[in-house]
Design a protein around this ligand. Structure first.
Ligand code: 3H9
Length: 692
């Protein structure tokens, strides 16, 4: 074995040169890998004993792509496209031997090899689009030549991987290897030599791109304009694949390169790359060692079979974990179980799960009206409505019923988890698990660490969150925790803006155009305007209360801030409500004025950022990027803007501070800048500097 660089070595197996890549954790194509590959191919070509080369990886995977950590730094030669052109020109056959994930630049390396073999569990993908990029080392030019433009477009614009069977069927790989990959690849290479199989350079293939159907490009563009509204990269991917069929290979490659660099230098990719690491960083809690012993969660109890409880139950059942679902009355329990079954039936009818899985999943749920049936649960999640007394009563009962060591969690969205924990004799085992609605769909989970929650309990909660495929963010106790506390800022401003002179449609347009899936008033209609409305204590002080009193609850009864036609979720204007808003604001003494889109945006976004700064100061969240993960996953913040804290850095903290001070002078203390924000500005620092 000859070391070529610290990440690449060359070995010989008879007439086969084995070019091993060893760059943990995912064999990313960093500088030393690129250099090693370029020089390794050079050496193998010069070595008369070597007649074919196998490119293969150590560790858990084939190359998972370019090294994202190198992006944004000055690029160091050899560049990947040049290394891969060298592969193309090699006079000896190169065989890529793939296990794990051949992603991004990794798949492009395989596409530049002359043959590809893989184990059955391997996956193949070009996920660059998820980083706001397009494949920039020939992927957009070679893949359509190999599998046809339509399939290539599907892979490149979605970024989603395919498995080995599909790759074989589509002609992406030549063979699936059973058993040891290195041995199988050597066998395959020897066969190539003995059969004198012609070397296939993908760049020279023309058959699949000879008669392209131009309609597919338009179809993809249209589809992506809806599905990926606001994102630049998906459209650029379509342009690059179109170039593959329209231009000679070298010209297509140059076009791809130009678009890749454009995207790489843009703010969307910077945001999406930042977000990639933010989502991985979130699992690191400074005082929770990685090797903390966790508890085995085999049985879960859920209290409350309403919308939240039902959704929470489904999460565990989907992961194969048995749930005891407790409801106070049999009829409510039956209704809750019925809703869960209906959800599974719908999934089965859409082909998302197999028909027989509906019963299998339902069999994992034991419905009961007896809380005592939770005696053997390892984790219990209370999901009843937001009432402190009721929650306290439940937790003191649970304390008596549940076995020693069981974790007791509340799904409260706002209430004081310390106060709930104090109701038990085991506050060390109590925490908050704040799921977001619909709980079986939304990926975000706030894990609320109470004062006495122990480290193993916290680590167990994080582990179980991963099992049920949630992105868990640890937060501390305060009213509304991190997400809802920040969200309340936007809600307050929106309510004020419509009294001062804006109308719901204008506010919604501004927020929608920023990239949120819907505006705040359309969202209020979706969630239900009457959520949290206290009928008996209503005093028409807010517009929301006025709407509730008029029986306008939102989408659920076809009228809210907007009107909805029967069976439709699409809002249509409600001039009667606009008139009501104008009248209500005048009665309240507002002199309505024209409000610019810019002011709306700043008044909705800056206070979110300011509250984020306060949350960080109070150590409710570990780091700014955790808040960004919360907003992207729980509140529809467009990932191409990174999250509120990343966005603040992008806009400039001095500008945010200036804006807050101006609004403070005009509108009062709601805009008082957080001391942390003032401090960062005075030190010339960013929120990013706090992301350890
Ligand atoms: C590209 O290839 C551009 C080219 O077209 C053109 C170039 C000219 N770089 O996710 P995990 C780290 S763009 C650097 O927790 P898993 C990750 O941060 C690239 N680091 O594991 C983490 O570090 P830490 C296209 C990377 O098993 C550790 O590896 N490729 C990279 O759940 C483990 O990661 C992609 O977009 C990277 N490329 O999932 C693939 N990838 O332990 C991105 C990972 O310090 N990667 N790390 O937190 C993935 O999708 C997943 O990581 C993968 C493994 C599926 C591979």
């Amino acid at each position: 074995m000859v070391a070529i660089t610290e990440a690449v070595s060359l070995d010989k197996h008879g007439e086969i040169g084995m070019l091993w890549i060893d760059n943990p954790p995912v064999n990313a194509l960093g500088h030393s890998v690129r250099k090693g590959l370029a020089e390794g191919i050079e050496q193998a070509e010069k070595d008369d004993q070597i007649r074919a080369v196998v490119v293969i990886c150590k560790g858990r995977t084939f190359c998972a792509g370019a090294d994202i950590r190198e992006f944004g730094k000055p690029p160091k030669a050899p560049h990947l496209p040049d290394v891969l052109n060298r592969f193309d020109q090699c006079q000896k056959p190169i065989i890529a031997a793939i296990h794990g994930t051949a992603f991004g630049g990794g798949l492009e390396t395989a596409l530049s090899s002359h043959f590809r073999v893989a184990v059955a569990s391997a996956r193949f993908g070009l996920p660059e689009v998820k980083l706001g990029l397009l494949p920039g080392a020939g992927g957009t030019q070679r893949l359509p030549r190999l599998i046809g433009p339509e399939k290539a477009l599907a892979m490149i614009t979605s970024g989603n991987p395919i498995g080995a069977d599909k790759a074989l069927e589509d002609g992406l790989i030549h063979e699936i290897i059973d058993g040891d990959l290195a041995e199988g690849a050597v066998g395959f290479a020897n066969q190539v030599l003995s059969e004198n199989r012609p070397m296939v350079r993908v760049r020279d293939m023309t058959e699949k791109i000879a008669q392209p159907d131009s309609q597919i490009f338009d179809d993809f563009r249209k589809q992506l304009a809806r599905r990926a509204r606001g994102f630049e990269a998906p459209q650029a991917c379509v342009d690059a694949v179109e170039a593959a069929v329209a231009k000679p290979f070298e010209d297509g490659l140059a076009y791809e390169r130009q678009r890749f660099e454009q995207l790489m230098n843009g703010s969307q990719s910077a945001a999406q790359r930042y977000y990639f690491f933010a989502e991985r960083q979130v699992a690191r809690i400074p005082d929770v060692p990685k090797d903390t012993a966790t508890m085995d969660i085999k049985k879960v109890g859920v209290i409350g079979a309403g919308t939240m409880g039902g959704g929470i139950t489904m999460n565990f059942v989907n992961a194969g974990i048995a749930v005891t679902l407790v409801e106070a009355k049999q009829e409510l329990l039956d209704r809750g179980l019925g809703v869960i079954r209906k959800n599974y039936d719908i999934s089965a009818s859409k082909g998302k799960i197999a028909a027989e899985d509906v019963d299998k999943r339902m069999d994992l749920i034991t419905g009961t009206t007896r809380m005592e049936d939770l005696a053997d649960a390892d984790l219990v999640i209370e999901a009843v409505y937001e009432n402190m007394n009721l929650k306290k009563e439940i937790f003191s009962k649970l304390d008596k019923i549940c076995k020693d060591g069981a974790i007791l969690a509340t799904n409260t969205s706002y209430l004081d988890v310390n106060e709930i924990a104090a109701q038990t004799s085991r506050p060390e085992s109590v925490l908050g698990l704040h799921f977001f609605s619909p709980a079986n769909v939304m990926r975000l989970l706030e894990i609320v660490r109470a004062e006495k929650t122990t480290i193993p309990v916290l680590a167990t909660a994080m582990e179980i969150a991963k099992k049920i495929k949630k992105i868990a963010v640890v937060v501390g106790v305060c009213y509304g925790f991190a997400g809802n506390r920040m969200f309340a800022q936007r809600k307050r401003e929106c309510e004020k803006l419509i009294l001062e002179g804006a109308l719901p449609a204008q506010v919604d347009r501004v927020i929608y155009d920023f990239g949120f899936p819907m505006g705040p008033f359309a969202l209020a209609d979706l969630i239900g305007i009457d959520l949290g409305w206290d009928k008996d204590n209503s005093n028409s002080r807010t517009m929301q209360e006025v709407l509730c009193e008029q029986g306008r609850f939102g989408q659920k009864n076809g009228k809210g801030y907007y009107n909805y036609e029967q069976g439709s979720r699409a809002p249509t204007p409600a001039p009667e409500i606009d008139a009501l808003i104008v009248e209500f604001s005048r009665k309240k003494g507002y002199i309505r004025r024209e409000i610019s889109d810019e002011e709306i945006l700043q008044r909705c976004i800056y206070p979110i950022i300011n509250e984020g700064a306060k949350i960080l100061e109070e150590k409710i969240a570990v780091r700014p990027s955790d808040l960004d993960v919360i907003w992207v996953n729980g509140y529809g913040w467009p990932v191409y803007r990174g999250g509120p804290m990343f966005y603040a850095d992008l806009v400039g903290l001095d500008k945010i501070l200036g804006g807050l001070k101006k609004f403070q002078a005009e509108h009062g203390e709601d805009f008082k800048p957080a001391p942390l924000l003032e401090q960062l500005v005075s030190e010339g620092k960013t929120f990013g500097s706090l992301n350890a």
